[in-house]
Ligand binder design. Structure first.
Ligand code: ADP
Ligand code: MG
Length: 591
């Protein structure tokens, strides 16, 4: 998921790739042209899985079935209804959207392994549907599919068809690469390991997963449509679950580090299969699909030794590029602020039980706009749980939370984020391989509006420039300007917490929840953080702060709420709390 290199190839790589790409159809023997065509078709379908499985973490075995939808739609419509292949492509895409939406809706909103299971079922049932329906040609298939007609040129020759396939493949790579480097792209990259964080910044993860699933299925459909008109014949075999597994294998081999992983995976698997199918039977003196066994072993080895696929290995051969400084751009529009000094947050008898454990026990407190309130208490008192109840990361067992006059007690985290609550996490939730800049830019998700389609066609550049500039300003503000392009995971943990604050600031929140921001910081860094918080307060920011360092808390906060065993022990000014005998007894151990 490293995206430090914008250009995936060095000059030599680019020239070499173009020479091979154009040389094959013009000069190579027929065999290589055919192989090149298949690699292109597989690349398009595998690209969908690089995005869906590699990047977004949703495993699908059903990619081949969507390829089948594209192939069969045009096969049936062009042979039985004499419809134009180009119209059939549109019909296939619409059909794919409908089917992917349906499958996505019933499986992707649930967490866990529903999608892989559902896609296996979907892959198998579609295979039998293709094979058993009369009008789909049964197991013998459909023949005499017409050749494609492009600008009056009949693409009967595989050498011409090659250019169409690779033109579409390169366009798909370009669009998907654009998508990954955009507002929705950053959110997609968070789906696999940081879903909770993405939702805390306003990403509707369930919806986004469905969109990615549809995008991936559309690529498969296009690949299938091309396949049908290349072969001019379809039968169910290439769309079964075996092929579904092979697409997944291609995506895993290539890895999720770059969209080019799809081409690497498709090329290597296609070539390996070609070689093994010849070599193994000769070697063993028997005929059979022995390559399947070799692939199985390779898959295990790969998952063991090269989890990120083989693309990173290719990328190492290419020259490293230092990203340019982030250009200046006008700020993103600010989000609406509540009037100063009004009531902002009202926690009403909030309760959270984990089984028999009452982590938060009917706790009530409120925060006025512009205040810095500290939430303190011994370890395990329930502070982080209270935070998670406010931000929606945990569901209330009872009670309510009212924010800006509206009950948010039963809202989802992304809905709460949309109402203006920004947060950091006690256990840092950054995307470690992504740059500090991209991590913080994800914080500004709600201040942009670019959707997947705009991002794919690169129509988001003005908003994207503003987002990046905004993120860079937030990073400079917390004192990390020098690390803007560093991978977030390469920073020491204390600094990663500061990146979390920058990300929350980039969301321009009306209420900022900070969970132990000073943990792991050195003295000077704490001073720096205290100065930042004072400055935020001067600007009218409201903050709820959990912190262990008492000097830090006492100096910064307007008011304190003390928790112990999930209950409110005391509430008042820092000076009062410091003298409160109950607090001293329970919390400070009678110091
Ligand atoms: P604090 O942040 O004040 O240190 P927490 O809110 O993290 O405390 O935890 C409060 C109590 O709830 C602890 O006893 C903790 O073990 C328990 N707890 C927190 N989260 C969970 C969870 N997801 N499942 C079960 N118990 C939890
Ligand atoms: Mg905690």
């Amino acid at each position: 998921m490293t995206r430090a290199r914008k250009l995936p190839f060095g000059v030599v790589g680019v020239v070499g790739f173009i020479v091979v790409l154009i040389g094959v159809p013009l000069l190579a023997p027929q065999f290589w042209v055919t192989l090149g065509n298949y690699v292109g078709l597989y690349s398009i379908a595998a690209l969908g899985l690089v995005l869906l499985t590699g990047v977004a973490g949703q495993t699908s075995f059903g990619q081949a079935a969507f390829v089948g939808i594209g192939a069969y739609t045009t096969a049936i419509l062009s042979t039985q209804y004499a419809m134009s292949p180009w119209v059939n492509l549109a019909v296939g895409l619409v059909l794919t959207i409908a089917l992917a939406l349906f499958l996505g809706f019933i499986t992707l909103r649930m967490r866990g392994h529903y999608l892989p299971l559902a896609t296996i079922a979907w892959g198998i049932s579609l295979y039998f549907l293709f094979g058993n329906l009369e009008f789909m040609g049964g197991h013998t298939g459909i023949t005499s599919i017409p050749a494609l007609n492009l600008f009056g040129l009949e693409l009967r020759n595989e050498r011409y068809f090659y250019f169409l396939i690779w033109g579409i493949a390169l366009a798909a790579l370009w669009a998907t690469d654009n998508l990954l480097d955009s507002r929705p792209g950053r959110a997609i990259r968070a789906l696999k390991s940081r879903l909770e964080m993405a939702e805390a910044f306003g990403v509707d993860a369930a919806r986004l997963k469905i969109i990615v699933f549809v995008y991936s299925a559309l690529l498969a459909c296009i690949s299938g449509w091309l396949y049908a008109h290349l072969q001019r014949f379809v039968n169910p075999t290439p769309f079964g679950i075996n092929q579904g597994i092979e697409y997944l294998f291609m995506a895993v081999v290539g890895g999720a580090g770059s969209v080019w992983g799809a081409v690497v995976g498709a090329t290597l698997i296609t070539l390996a299969k070609e070689v093994l199918q010849d070599v193994l039977p000769a070697l063993l003196g028997k005929s059979g699909n022995f390559e399947i066994i070799v692939f199985g072993v390779l898959m295990v080895l790969l998952l063991q030794f090269a989890r990120d696929g083989l693309w990173p290995w290719f990328a190492h051969l290419l020259p490293l590029q230092t990203p340019p400084p982030v250009p200046e751009a006008p700020p993103l529009p600010p989000r609406a602020r509540p009037p100063l000094d009004g009531p902002l947050l009202d926690v009403r008898a909030a309760r959270k039980q984990f089984g028999g454990l009452v982590a938060v026990n009917d706790l009530s407190f409120s925060i006025r706009s512009g205040e810095i309130v500290g939430l303190i208490g011994p370890n395990g008192a329930g502070k982080s749980t209270m935070f998670n109840l406010i931000s929606g990361a945990l569901q209330l067992t009872a009670g309510d939370v009212v924010f800006r006059g509206e009950s948010i007690g039963s809202h989802r985290p992304f809905q709460i984020a949309r109402r203006g609550i920004g947060r950091t996490f006690q256990h840092v939730k950054l995307l470690p391989q992504m740059s500090v800049l991209d991590n913080v830019a994800l914080g500004a998700y709600l201040r942009g509006s670019t959707d997947v389609a705009r991002a794919a066609f690169r129509l988001d550049r003005a908003e994207e420039a503003r987002t990046k500039a905004e993120a860079a300003r937030a990073i400079a503000r917390v004192g990390l300007a020098a690390q803007v392009h560093a991978a977030a995971g390469s920073l020491p943990l204390g600094k990663q917490r500061i990146v979390e604050i920058a990300r929350a600031l980039a969301s321009d929140p009306a209420l900022l929840l900070l969970d132990e921001p000073a943990a792991g910081l050195r003295y000077l860094e704490k001073e720096e953080l205290a100065r930042l918080l004072r400055q935020l307060k001067a600007e009218g920011m409201t903050v709820l702060l959990v912190e262990h360092d008492m000097d830090f808390v006492m100096e910064l906060t307007d008011r304190l709420v003390v928790m112990d065993f999930g209950e409110k022990l005391a509430e008042g000014l820092p000076s009062e709390i410091q003298k409160n005998p109950v607090v001293l007894e329970a919390y400070l151990g009678g110091v």
